[in-house]
Design a protein around this ligand. Structure first.
Ligand code: CP
Ligand code: NVA
Length: 309
């Protein structure tokens, strides 16, 4: 088997991303129609941060594929004590057929993958949330058709995992990705460079805004996320007042000028902060389809990873 990992959005080529999204649509239409993990194959699903959707969707999805999920609180593992990530990885590779991990720094999951003989999947790090963006892209396809050429504006913390994954994953899909963030919360140059590299291959584009209104004009999709990601609670930054003008509300949605524009949020949402009740519960919201699609997109990804020749 050709060993592949999914640690960040550009670990899939544009063609491979499209293949996974096609499979996700097939699995959504026929949830029990694939037994890629029959045997059963086992998948370790490890969390060092809280989770509702990722935990539940991986566990249910692995079972639907005929596999056996082993869900572990990473904070209770030896990882947090003296054992190295690489030694943990060598051991996990002897027990399971894939490892899904939610952790802190991306360097940690890179270390896990470096010593692994089974696929490693990023279930959220400080830098990337690529499984979420696969589900986001599936949701956008359902609402708008072909992804290439669509304009997506992400508003909020432009340096967090969702902004980074939307930049790189959206550019991989050929989208025009705009990040709209207050001063001091712009995406890092290394992320913009990775996204631009992909955009050059796919015909997409990447741009950064510091004013919300111009950033949403003509956008097909608005996306937001928490202003304070897990692990940032005590980072000493004001994570409220600079973000208030970037709230996704009816006024900002109307400023897209696109009556069919959609709104996404990976959840958990802080209603009344980054998004209003009116928008998240309104007709433009694809938020709960997006949450459902975590299940289908991740099943497709796992199937694609374990079935590689
Ligand atoms: N969107 C997302 O990853 O949700 P959880 O933190 O609940 O897994
Ligand atoms: N940016 C958020 C996403 C949560 C799913 C966080 O990292 O907390």
């Amino acid at each position: 088997m050709t060993l592949r990992h999914f640690l960040r959005d550009d670990d899939l080529s544009p063609a491979e991303q499209a293949e996974v999204l096609d499979l996700a649509a097939e699995l959504k239409a026929d949830p029990l129609g694939c037994d890629a993990l029959a045997g059963p194959k086992s998948v370790a699903v490890i969390f060092e941060k809280n989770s509702t959707r990722t935990r539940l969707s991986f566990e249910v999805g692995i079972r639907q594929l005929g596999g056996q999920p082993v869900v572990v609180d990473g904070r209770m593992m030896q990882l947090g004590r003296e054992e190295t990530i690489e030694d943990t990885s060598r051991v996990l590779s002897r027990y399971v057929d894939a490892v899904v991990w939610r952790t802190f720094a991306q360097a940690r999951i890179d270390s896990m993958a470096s010593a692994s003989t089974v696929p490693v999947v990023n279930a959220l790090t400080d830098e990337f949330h690529p499984c979420q963006v696969l589900a986001d892209l599936q949701t956008i396809r359902e609402r708008h058709g072909d992804l290439a050429g669509l304009t997506l504006t992400y508003l909020g913390d432009g340096a967090n995992n969702m902004a980074n994954s939307l930049l790189v994953g959206g550019a991989t899909a050929g989208m025009h990705v705009r990040v709209s963030a207050p001063e001091g919360f712009a995406p890092a140059d290394w992320v913009l460079d990775a996204a631009k590299k992909r955009a050059a291959e796919t015909g997409g584009s990447v741009s950064v805004f510091t004013e919300p209104k111009p950033s949403v004009e003509g956008a097909d999709v608005l996306v937001t996320d928490s202003w304070t990601s897990m692990g940032q609670e005590n980072d000493g930054k004001d994570r409220v007042s600079p973000f208030r003008p970037f709230q996704v509300n009816a006024d900002l949605l109307a400023a897209t000028g696109k009556p069919a524009a959609s709104v996404l949020h990976c959840l958990p949402a802080h209603r009344g902060w980054e998004i209003t009740d009116e928008v998240i519960d309104g007709p433009a919201s694809a938020v709960f389809d997006e949450a459902e699609n975590r299940l289908h997109a991740q099943k497709a990804l796992l199937t694609w990873l374990v079935r590689r020749p």
